[in-house]
Design a protein around this ligand. Sequence first.
Ligand code: SF4
Length: 419
Amino acid sequence: MMSYNSLRSLSLYSNSSLKFLCIKKFYSSPALDPIFKKPSKFSVKHQTLDKSFYESCEDVKNTPNKTGIENEIDEDPVLFATSLEKPYHHWTKLQIKKIYNASLPDLMHHAMIVHRNFHDPKEIQLCTLLSIKTGGCSEDCSYCAQSSRYDTGVKAEKMMKVNDVLEAAKEAQANGSTRFCLGAAWRDMNGRKSALKRIADMIKGINDLGMESCVTLGMIEKEQLQVLKDANLTCYNHNIDTSREHYPNVITTRTYDDRLKTIDNVNQVGISACTGGILGLGETEDDHISFLYTLSNMKKHPESLPINRLVEIEGTPKAAAHSTKSLTFDSILRTIATGRMIMPESIIRIAAGRYTMKEHEQFLCFMAGANAIFTGKKMLTTMCTGWDEDKAMLRKWGFKPMKSFTKHSGLLSKRKIAF
Ligand code: SF4
């Protein structure tokens, strides 16, 4: 790290104490503050592309045409994404692939511009996740410690009491978390009326603390979601996990469309959706592109987009197959940066497996556009980096915790002028 004396020497070169102060300010500014050039404007054109453009990309053949016209852009998709002032919902796989495969310096640079257009890049949301009903799940998610089908050592437990959950929420809040998430290992909410009522009471208690609330309870119907909405739930989590193509290699007890239906229910009831996936399930980079394609073409982009790096749990099929072996850090970074570019308003969350990343890798994820972390004692059944360690890391780099209920919208695009 550069010392005070080194700064003083720099100022001697510039020969003025005023310049010394300027250099000091520049040196101490948040690590994410390079000077950006304002991107030039690009417009969307509705026209048919050259046929060979389509035919050169296998992925596009399955791309549904949502509008009945060839709703395609003819500019470089990286520049097009950078120029957007509000979310765009008609991405093709080919466009996403071009963004994902851009040179890494270009991809990072443009993701940072988009990040700044829609968010304060110094803000990181701190959330804490608590398992309120652990283990004994009937589903066969091939990565999960809580499935009753695998011998992982996780025992089925009863649902937690409201007071115990609120005590944990208070502890998280005292440590700086502003969003408190509750997870239950269930396939769905059918036949769980009293559990739903108890969860609604937990949500009300979390809201009373001034924290945002999120729950993940499996598949859920609109009437059940209404109970949670009446309790003022901020967000409902239901991950799509991976690409449509790779999904059958991960779970067989519910379909990809079941997952999309749950997310649609969440949106229809008017609760924000938290949905993302897990990298390291033995998928390819084309699966990352297809995964982002599904998310970015949702009528409403996820308010929160968790990116998990699989933690292999002994006893699960994915651990037996060492499915994370083929996952590179480069592809995690590209997934985050591409997600930032094509879903500019979403909060991108580095979720499970962050503790396996080195500090500089986490820093690069923040540069790529991630702006939330899970922090605290545990992440459901896996390890989590603790509050003190995280706060020290973020402070070192000049980040600050995001306040509860911070809204992210294209209105911040006015900030472009400052670049
Ligand atoms: S539904 Fe959730 S808790 Fe159940 S096995 Fe799948 S990931 Fe695990």
